[in-house]
Ligand binder design. Sequence first.
Ligand code: CTP
Length: 226
Amino acid sequence: MKTPNKPIVLITAGPTREAIDPVRFISNHSSGKMGYAIAGAFLDQGFEVILVSGPVNISLSHSCLRVIHVNSADEMYAACQQYFHVAQITIFAAAVADYKPAQVHAQKMKKSAHEFNLPMVKNVDIAFEFGKIKRNDQVSIGFALETNDEEQNALKKLYSKNLDLVVLNSVQDEGATFGHDTNKITIINRDFLFQAYPLKSKAEVARDIVMAAIQLRQKQEIPIQA
Ligand code: CTP
């Protein structure tokens, strides 16, 4: 990196695309806006940012930003593996496809029968994998986009993926779903503290998340008194 003395943050953003054949893929509606807004907010705070991005219609450039463009979950995971160990903070903001086609067809699949079934296999859970090797001097934050049992599901993700904070989005909140320029979040920490924020622009929400991450990092750096 150009500025090795700056703290490094690793961010995943956007959707992933899982290929079916050379012309088709499975994906989701993630716009990447939240992940990119978080990248911008970390740059404003003087961080070196490594943004591993699925296909989105956003462009961001900055001398302290490296964007690594990927398509699939496997590619996103491989890119993160190169940088996770140097990142003080990692934000898992990508909407990673949970499943991928069991086989990528080399040729365009032709239609034949009336019905079509596509065998799928589970994708790598990137946040879960890095949760297994996270060090005590690293902070990681994940998202939980839920439609029901929001708090229980978010807490499950916080613990199963060994996150320090989980950012809960409820699909039931107007203005908080895919593609909007606004978001309404609740940040949950490992002491079961729930901090609910009002509906804000994604830039403002990004600042709130970045400040929460920086506060946690600062706590890690305070030496424990004997
Ligand atoms: N995540 C990830 N890799 C995956 C799936 C999710 O890194 N294969 C991360 C997301 O970036 C997010 C968190 O894990 O920070 C939770 O993602 P979400 O899609 O809400 O939940 P899942 O773990 O996929 O569970 P489910 O789809 O059953 O709600």
